[in-house]
Design a protein around this ligand. Structure first.
Ligand code: SAH
Length: 291
């Protein structure tokens, strides 16, 4: 039903965090440009600097049989610089994004696009979210009462494991992570994608995430990667006092989806749930049951 993953060591800068990922995966490439048709030498001469660099990268890629001849850590660092420039300022989240080899979570034919800010298909009509959206949601979780006090996400629940990419990022920032997936082939894929990263704090569950994980509750942070018409009551029941939930949800009047944030506040011993709606988003549907 579920699986843990491997061993870890604490991060130097954030000793309370579970870990930095060790040496992982191969290398990657940053550009999806190809040199195209015709042109020969004359075309090369006319190429501006940037295109020359891309052509060199293409050549490097062809030399590396895996197609991933470049240094993936550097490419990820560039992705992080772009995310920071575009408004993601939480250094903890940026650091976690810089550690997880996104190209290892997608089909090898798509690996070349792994560090662009784009969603990518992961099979079974599902997609891996854009890095900026993953970063934004996790940064929002950090604003919750208990996460901001502790400096980490605490006990985290993810609904929609998919290929396991976001689970890896969350795991680096959480005390423990339970991630639920309703599609067995994706649950299995996430398990094998996560295995080399050795994240013992991760527990993967094959099941209907609408029910949460009552046996592992309560959670300080809950995040959903699929959007429904409502926030399932189980998620609110399993959100600890001081905890925060972030989920996409149908916007009123059938106008797409928005990110919804729910804070569980404890005031004079009484629970209060405060819900706010944020920017428009586009996530795959939250479905019931398993397949
Ligand atoms: N975070 C994932 C993104 C996966 S896409 C990643 O990094 O890859 C959203 C996932 O939610 C899909 O895999 C879909 O099957 C799953 N999903 C949809 N409804 C669900 C439910 N009720 N319970 C668990 N998973 C669900």
């Amino acid at each position: 039903m579920n699986s843990g993953n491997g061993g870890s060591k604490p991060a130097a800068r954030s000793p309370r965090f579970p870990l930095p990922l060790g040496k992982m995966g191969g290398a990657s490439a940053s550009s999806s440009a190809s040199s195209g048709v015709g042109g020969g030498v004359a075309r090369e001469v006319l190429m501006p600097q940037r295109h020359l660099r891309e052509a060199a990268q293409d050549a490097a890629r062809q030399l590396a049989p895996s197609g991933l001849g470049l240094d993936s850590a550097k490419v990820r660092q560039r992705m992080v610089l772009r995310l920071r420039r575009d408004g993601l300022h939480d250094e903890r989240v940026l650091e976690a994004l810089s550690r997880v080899p996104r190209h290892e979570f997608v089909d090898s034919a798509l690996a070349i696009q792994a560090y662009e800010d784009t969603s990518l298909p992961i099979g079974h009509e599902q997609t891996i979210s854009k890095p900026s959206v993953v970063g934004r949601m996790i940064a929002m979780l950090f604003g919750g009462q208990s996460a901001s006090q502790r400096g980490h996400l605490g006990r985290t629940l993810e609904i929609g494991t998919g290929c396991g990419y976001q689970a890896a990022v969350l795991a680096l920032l959480s005390q423990s992570l339970v991630s639920i997936e309703r599609l067995k082939p994706l649950h299995d894929k996430a398990r094998s994608n996560l295995a080399p990263l050795h994240l013992p704090q991760v527990r993967l569950i094959y099941g209907d995430g609408r029910l949460g994980a009552p046996g592992a509750a309560p959670f300080d942070s809950i995040v959903a990667a699929a959007g429904g018409d409502d926030i399932p009551s189980a998620w609110l029941e399993q959100l600890a006092p001081g905890g925060r939930l972030i989920a996409p949800m149908a916007a009123p009047g059938g106008r797409g989806q928005v990110l919804v944030r729910v804070d569980h506040l404890l005031e004079n011993g009484r629970s209060r749930f405060v819900r706010t709606e944020h920017e428009a988003v586009l996530f795959v549907p939250l479905k019931s049951g398993v397949m």
